[in-house]
Design a protein around this ligand. Structure first.
Ligand code: NZQ
Ligand code: ZN
Length: 394
């Protein structure tokens, strides 16, 4: 077995009514000044935020609330919120929402703990993050996995760059996961979330490591099969509690790195997708399915055995040569994305066919103007990024 380091310290409260335990859990960690972060207002419409505010106030905790986080969260909002949270002297940051809200809360937590440092300096790598403030997440959408992940993704609207910061300090102290809270999410967001969950494991499964850990593979294959099965239930029965529970739990397990232990992560499609979101503000999950088929079509011959294993274990494709199985696995995955009504090219994504200059701009953004490569399964340089974008550009 390959060596690995796995740290996943988040205390998870999962199931119906999970959010009723927020005050008692925050107090158990000795915190009393709670800065609540939320998004565009869905948590007010559903009554979730007022319920949480009443609960915390009744428990004697001090509160300040700041909404307005947008999907693909922006740096300027984060800077303003850090200022407010510092004046309030917050000792706990509580996110109520999806991945964008949780990622913004992570940034606020880092900002509060590091006065005088510009928050983007952590994202750009100029300054190393050494300390943070405790964070909790009340999850309203099964998707990004931010409730347990070591990652937080922000968009710098001044440069159009969307990038992630990876550090164990991003792992929340607490996560409250009640699958019923996700029932009010728009259908498109639910299936974008499901695509993201699946992709977090796929981006770890496609490895060039000669001997990936068997246990990691079995967990990854089981998780992918489970997501596919329960997503199909949600297609015709969107308020099925058991199906949403399975999806929500898979969302956390898919991105806390359990499905990638002992191997190098790839994340090519995330890098390519982030630039589409940075430039066109498209939903994260949709950006991933847009490029996946093109990426797979471009790289599968680097390791056909791995793609054939994916086809066999995830899609039960047992007939044919290694090459035939690999190709069938790619085709069936693309067909599955279409079944979920997810885009598989630029036109379906809604951005239309792009000119050569835009393709080059996107490839430059992925590769820092051609000065670096990203990903591990097939290293993506500027020319490769352009090829893959071009394959999706119809
Ligand atoms: O803003 P509100 O009003 O809350 O509405 C949101 C938003 O419009 C809505 N929504 C969420 N839960 C709802 C709901 N509406 C009604 N009822 C509910 N229960 O859904 C919209 C999208 O929300 P968002 O938080 O953007 O979605 P998601 O959870 O998919 O997060 C996407 C963001 O996370 C990043 C993505 O890049 C993107 O910026 N990621 C974060 C990762 C991480 N931190 O580990 C990893 C991922 O790979 C990803 O990059
Ligand atoms: Zn993702």
């Amino acid at each position: 077995m390959q060596s690995f380091n796995f740290k996943c310290p988040t205390e998870i409260v999962f199931g119906k009514g999970a959010e009723e335990h927020i005050a008692e859990k925050i107090k158990a960690y000795g915190k009393s000044r709670v800065f609540i972060v939320y998004g565009g207002g869905s948590v007010i419409e559903t009554g979730l935020l007022p319920r949480i505010e009443s609960q915390l106030t009744a428990a004697g905790l001090s509160l300040q609330v700041r909404g307005g986080v947008k999907p693909n969260p922006r740096l300027a909002w984060v800077r303003g919120a850090i200022n407010d949270a510092m004046i309030f002297k917050a000792d706990f940051i509580l996110a109520v929402g999806g991945g964008s809200v949780i990622d913004s809360a992570k940034a606020v937590a880092h900002g509060v703990a590091n006065p005088g440092v510009d928050i983007w300096d952590f994202w750009s790598g100029k300054v190393k993050l050494e300390k943070t403030t405790a964070i909790g997440a009340v999850l309203t959408l099964a998707a990004a996995g931010s409730e347990t992940s070591d990652s937080a993704v922000l968009t710098n609207e001044e440069t159009g760059k969307k990038s992630g910061l990876n550090t164990d300090l991003n792992r929340p102290t607490l996560a409250f996961m009640n699958p019923e809270l996700a029932f009010t999410a728009p259908k498109r967001q639910v299936f974008c979330g499901i695509a993201d969950i699946l992709m977090h494991t796929m981006e770890r499964y496609f490895t060039t490591d000669p001997a990936p850990n068997d246990m990691t593979d079995l967990i990854a294959e089981g998780l992918m099969k489970n997501v596919i099965k329960h997503s199909r239930t949600l297609l015709h029965d969107p308020k099925n509690y058991d199906a949403m529970s399975e999806i929500m739990w898979c969302g956390s397990l898919s991105h806390n790195n359990l499905t990638g232990l002992g191997r190098a992560k790839d994340f090519a499609c995330h890098k390519l997708g982030h630039e589409l979101s940075g430039r066109f503000d498209v939903t994260h999950g949709a950006s991933l399915t847009t490029v996946w088929g093109s990426w797979a079509g471009y790289v599968w011959q680097d390791n056909p055995e791995r793609f054939a294993k994916f086809a066999e274990k995830v899609w039960d494709i047992t007939e044919g040569t290694v090459e035939e199985k690999a190709q069938k696995g790619i085709e069936i995955t693309i067909a599955y994305f279409k079944e979920l009504d997810m885009p598989t090219n630029f036109t379906e994504l809604g951005i239309g066919v792009q000119n050569k200059e835009m393709i080059e701009y996107l490839a430059d953004m992925v590769t820092a103007n051609g000065t670096k490569t990203v990903a591990t399964f097939h290293p993506i340089d500027k020319e490769t990024a352009m090829e893959i974008y071009n394959m999706a550009n119809h």
